[in-house]
Design a protein around this ligand. Structure first.
Ligand SMILES: Nc1ncnc2c1ncn2[C@@H]1O[C@H](COP(=O)(O)OP(=O)(O)O)[C@@H](O)[C@H]1O
Ligand SMILES: [Mg+2]
Length: 250
């Protein structure tokens, strides 16, 4: 379970403060898949980084699997897998297998355990043919698969993906979508940010919508469709943003 409790994150930029998001509160239950929606600059990446213990909230608190992200970050790190858009965290000079072995070692996994897990992931992602090739020569889609495999190497219960399909072609996006279904069947808790409403409506149980650093909606997709009288998430999102802006103006 992830509990985000009245969290605000401000960055100091020279003498001014930039508020990435403020007073965000919501809970994600075990086994839920949550879509984090918002325009560029809404605060999605900063929120995911805060949940991943990589940033300290300016105010409020976040707990992940019962641990506080500031006080118990080490306990959380072992339980979560994180993948941030753009940065795959892979070493070009190493093969896909060596990259995965490197990260497995960081988690203290045994040689045998690592071998079995790499086989499993390679099968899952159809990476067997290029496991022993250097990542430097990989296409974007191949890289992304290895990056996702890296995120899952230690079989984490909680997974955070920041815009996992942005810039991927349709085949690689579909691999990601199948993966989320699989992880959901395995009872994993997932939060992922996305611009793609179709993807969110297909994969998620609930959505958290951010707008200019505020949480404008959180709840189950079904409840949202019901209350908005529409199943068109794109339309709902846009109308929420317009209403959000009106609230700011008033
Ligand atoms: N390290 C940082 N220093 C200063 N401002 C930042 C930093 N990281 C993010 N921000 C600001 O916080 C806001 C939210 O950014 P971000 O979380 O990246 O949004 P999103 O991922 O939704 O596009 C933006 O105004 C951004 O400029
Ligand atoms: Mg972002």
């Amino acid at each position: 379970m992830i509990e985000i409790n009245q969290v605000t994150k401000k960055f100091q930029d020279k003498k001014t403060y930039v508020t990435a998001f403020k007073h965000v509160t919501f809970t994600v239950n075990k086994g839920q898949v949550v879509g984090l929606l918002g325009e560029n600059g809404a605060g999605k990446t900063t929120l995911l980084r805060s949940i991943a213990t990589l940033l300290t909230p300016t105010d409020g608190s976040i707990s992940v699997a019962g641990f506080d992200t500031v006080k118990n970050s080490d306990s959380i790190k072992r339980k979560i897998g994180v993948l941030f858009g753009g940065e795959t965290g892979l070493y070009d000079r190493l093969t896909a297998r060596e990259n995965l072995e490197y990260f497995a070692a960081l988690y203290g996994m045994s040689k045998h355990e690592t071998k079995v897990r790499i086989e499993e992931l390679a099968k899952m992602f159809g990476m067997k043919d290029y496991l022993n090739r250097k990542v430097g020569g990989f296409s974007k889609g191949m890289r992304q698969k290895v990056a996702i495999a890296r995120t899952l190497i230690h079989n984490p219960d909680i997974i955070l993906f920041d815009e996992p399909t942005t810039g991927l072609d349709i085949t690689s996006s579909n691999v990601f979508r199948q993966l989320v279904h699989q992880l959901k069947r395995d009872g994993k808790t997932i939060i992922f940010s996305s611009h793609i409403m179709e993807e969110v409506s297909m994969l998620c149980d609930s959505v958290a919508m951010m707008h200019k650093g505020e949480l404008v909606h959180h709840g189950s997709l079904e409840a949202l469709y019901k209350s908005e009288g529409s199943r068109d998430l794109n339309y709902i999102f846009m109308s929420k943003l317009v209403r959000g802006n009106e609230d700011y103006a008033s």
